[in-house]
Design a protein around this ligand. Structure first.
Ligand SMILES: *[C@@H]1O[C@H](CO)[C@@H](O)[C@H](O)[C@H]1NC(C)=O
Ligand SMILES: *[C@@H]1O[C@H](CO)[C@@H](O)[C@H](O)[C@H]1NC(C)=O
Length: 417
């Protein structure tokens, strides 16, 4: 009962009023906001054929209609192979990438999926919400004894998976929804941890944070009003006020950046479709655009070198992907990747250079992967083994290393490396 009272009253009292220059377009009832800016584009526009080579060699391109209403002949998914032969295409960096069957049991007793970030070569940081609702942290520092031996207890009173990001070497931020529904933040920098800081807000799901580097970080949350709220950090001026970004969200947002001035936020709308808004110039959000689709859970995304890829678990149990290329301003069509995604666990997508990998947690608890080199995808899903029940949290770091984390049913954090 207390929960409902909080949900009803907190939006009124807990959000600081956005300053006038930060107020986004007003939300219209029952649909995502679409305002009169010239970049508002319809589905046909987004799906227009592209002349660039990125992802253009795909053979399994389907339209949004196909995704939403697949022919009945395809609604029973074809079985997919559980292993794929090693491809010479990937040989150079193969030893740095997550390897099938190569898992580390990092122990712990967690509740939701772990979160991971890196501030540079030879450094990974992993966070999870422990059963005591406090945040736990482990870090990888390379060398012969690469991990700090025990999970650090960072305290807090968490009610969600954490989200983390790094601005630069030696600086990190970890965020969560607290048991009081506020978003909480704990910064690391200058060799030590700051204290947990309440940021206000009325979080409904776990938050999502990102940094385009240097002085900047930002965090986004789906609120009790189902709208997206975000706030930006600058090292000099601190956190700005919350900005109401509108929308009608069913699930946690996913925020990504390919560098200075850019952020994309992808969400699952209450209509089940993927929606995206992007900031290109460091301070103005474009209008919401529907990416279509029929999502079973929240989307995942990655941004790099002026590209953005969105990977989702469809209501048909398959993995679907769409990619945006900044140089052309176009989204490719949805690509049906097949697979058999464990319900409630979105896939994970990582990318660097011309490489991309997508992972999902199968119904059987194993992790599965497909890889792409310059838009050429491996045909079948590779069974990575393991025993995970949450969505995978993957990261491409240190120029082509890939590590993927998940939580096992016993609460231990598992790492595929
Ligand atoms: C993983 O580690 C935890 C804690 O050390 C242990 O309880 C569990 O049995 C381990 N699981 C496996 C499969 O080794
Ligand atoms: C994105 O596109 C804009 C406009 O063409 C360009 O100014 C900008 O440099 C591009 N950014 C990246 C990272 O490609």
């Amino acid at each position: 009962m207390l929960h409902y009272i909080f949900l009803l009253t907190l939006p009124l009292v807990a959000w600081s009023l956005p300053s006038p220059d930060l107020v986004g377009p007003r939300r219209r009832p029952t649909r995502f906001l679409v305002h009169s800016r010239s970049e508002a584009r319809d589905i046909d526009y987004w799906n227009r054929p592209r002349s660039d080579s990125f992802l253009s060699k795909r053979s399994n391109v389907h339209s949004v209609d196909f995704f939403t209403n697949p022919p009945s002949s395809l609604s029973a998914r074809a079985p997919f192979a559980l292993s794929s032969p090693a491809s010479p295409l990937f040989a150079p960096a193969e030893n740095k990438r997550a390897t099938a069957g190569q898992w580390e049991n990092m122990s712990g007793s967690g509740v939701y999926h772990p979160a991971v970030t890196s501030w540079g070569p030879n450094r990974q940081d992993v966070y999870y919400m422990h059963r005591d609702r406090k945040c736990r942290h482990k870090y990888y520092r390379g060398g012969s004894n690469p991990w700090n031996p025990d999970w650090d207890d960072l305290g807090g009173s968490l009610d969600s998976a954490p989200s983390c990001c790094s601005r630069k070497s030696g600086y990190m931020h970890v965020f969560c929804k607290g048991t009081d529904y506020q978003i909480w933040h704990r910064p690391y920098g200058g060799g030590g941890w700051g204290s947990w800081e309440p940021m206000g807000g009325n979080g409904k799901h776990y938050p999502s944070s990102c940094s385009w580097g240097g002085r900047h970080a930002s965090v986004y949350t789906s609120s009790g009003d189902n709208q997206l709220w975000g706030t930006q950090y600058d090292e000099k001026s601190g956190w700005g006020s919350w900005q109401n970004m509108g929308g009608s969200l069913a699930g946690a947002p996913k925020a990504v950046t390919w560098g200075e001035g850019h952020t994309g936020v992808v969400v699952r709308g209450t209509d089940g479709q993927a929606w995206v808004t992007q900031m290109m110039n460091g301070n103005t959000w474009g209008s919401w655009a529907s990416l279509g689709g029929s999502l079973e859970s929240e989307p995942s995304a990655v941004a790099w070198n002026g590209n953005m890829a969105v990977a989702v678990g469809g209501t048909d149990g398959a993995v679907w992907m769409r990619t945006y290329t900044n140089s052309t301003g176009f989204w490719g069509n949805w690509m049906n990747m097949g697979g058999d995604v464990r319900p409630g666990t979105p896939p994970e997508v990582v990318a660097w250079g011309t490489q991309m990998e997508v992972y999902y947690t199968g119904r059987d608890g194993a992790l599965y992967r497909k890889k792409a080199n310059n838009g050429q995808w491996t045909a079948s899903w590779e069974n990575m083994g393991g025993s995970v029940v949450t969505k995978p949290s993957g990261m491409a770091w240190d120029n082509g290393k890939v590590d993927v984390y998940g939580m096992s049913s016993d609460g231990s954090t598992r790492r595929c490396y």
